[in-house]
Design a protein around this ligand. Sequence first.
Ligand SMILES: [Cu+2]
Length: 442
Amino acid sequence: MESSGGGGRVSFGECNDGEADDDNDDGALNHPLFGRVAGLDAWFSLPHVVDSALVAIAVEYLMVLEMLMEIFDGGLCALSWCGKEVLWGRASSARERWNSDPIEVEEKAKLSGGTTNFPVEHGKTYLLCIVNAAVNNHLFFKIASHNLTVVSVDASYTKPYTTDILMLTSGQTTDVLLTANQAEARYYMAAKVYTTQSEANIDNTTTTAILGYVGSNSSATPILPDLPVYNDTATVITFTRSLRSLSSEEHTVDVPQSISDSSIITVGLGLIPCETGRNCSGPNNTRLAASMNNISFVLPDVAILQAYYFGVNGVFTTDFPSNPPVVYNYTGDGTNIFQADNHPMHIHGYDFYIVGEAFGNYDNETDPSSFNLVDPPQRNTVGVPANGWAAIRFKADNPGAWFVHCHFDDHVTWGLDTVFIVKNGPSALESLIPPPADLPKC
Ligand SMILES: [Cu+2]
C-alpha cells in the first residue's frame, strides 16, 4: 500500500461532454460492483480524484454506487448522502432500487413543506435508517420517550445496543430498531449539532420530524426530546464505545490480529502563508489549510487512479510520511488553531475496524494492549475524538486508488485528504480491472 501526497500538473486525455450514460445497454454499468470484484470497484469511486473536472457527475456515481453496495450488503442502509443534491440527480441510475423517481420525491417533499411526519402503528417495530447528511456537522439524534436499538453502523451489523440517543458524524449511518410502545401521541425526532467548537461558531438549532402514532390527534403538539448540550462529549464517548460488531456465526468478524504495515497519521487544521498577490483573511495574511502528517492534499488535474493505472508520472508522489514529520504534543492546548475538532475520517473502498480510541496522544508502546481485537465496530467513517486518537485496522484487499479524507467538506477542500493506492494481489480477481468504456475523460 502506498499513500499519495497529492497532485502535480500534467495534461491527460481529452474532455468529453461529461455525460456518463448510466442507462447504456451494454451492461457495463449495471451493478458494476457486484459482477466484478468483491467490494467497491475503484473506477466508480472518488470522482474528484478520478476525474477532477467532472466532480458532480462522478460524485453521483459514487454516492449511488456506494449506496447500492451498502444496500446489497445485508440489506442495510445507504451511506454518504452528504452530496444529496447531486445524488438526487443521479439516483435515477439506480431506479430499480427506488419505488419512485427520486426527483419527484424531492419535489413532493418541497411542495408539502413543514415537518415530515412518520406514521407508526402501536405495537409494531420499525427499522430506521438514519444518515447524517450534513456536510460539516456531527449530529445528536433522539426520539422523545422512545429507546432505539442500534443494529448496524455504516451498514455493518452491530450487537444490539439500546440507547435513547445517537451521535452520527458527518457521513455516518446508523440503523436502529424502534418499537412503537408508547402512548398513542406525537413525538418529535430531533437532531442538533455536536461539536467541541465554541458556541459562537456553530448553528445550535434543532431540526425535527414527527413520529406520529396512527390514531393520535394530528393537531396535538408533539413531545420534544431532551437533547444534550452541543458539546456533550461524554455522551458521545458513551455511545461510540458501546458499539460492537455483531460477530455472530452468520456475520463473522475478521479483525486483523497482526499487522504488516502501520502508519501514525496526524489530522488537523493549520495556517499556511498566503500566495503572493492574494489577500488572505487569516491572521498575518495566512490562510486556512488542513493536513495529514503535515501534507496538505492538492487536488490533481489528472485522476490519481488513471495516473496509477496508465503509469502517468508527475501526478502524485509516493513519499507520504508514515509518521508525523515532527514530534510535538499533537493533542495539547495551543497546538491547534481555534479549537480542537473531532474529524470524521472516511476511507473509500473499505470498511475498517475501530480497534481503539482515547483522548490524549497515542502511545504505540502501551495503547495497543487496550485494543479490542475481538468485536470492534466496523465502519467506513471514524470520528477521531477531539484532542485524541483512533486506531483502525483493515486488510488492504481491494486494489485501486482510494480517497482517504475528513468527511467535513471544508476540511476536504483545505487538504485534509490523501489517497491509498492498493496494489494488485496475485490473482485476476484481486487485480484492478480496466476502466469502463464510458468513464468520463476529464
Ligand atoms: Cu476534519
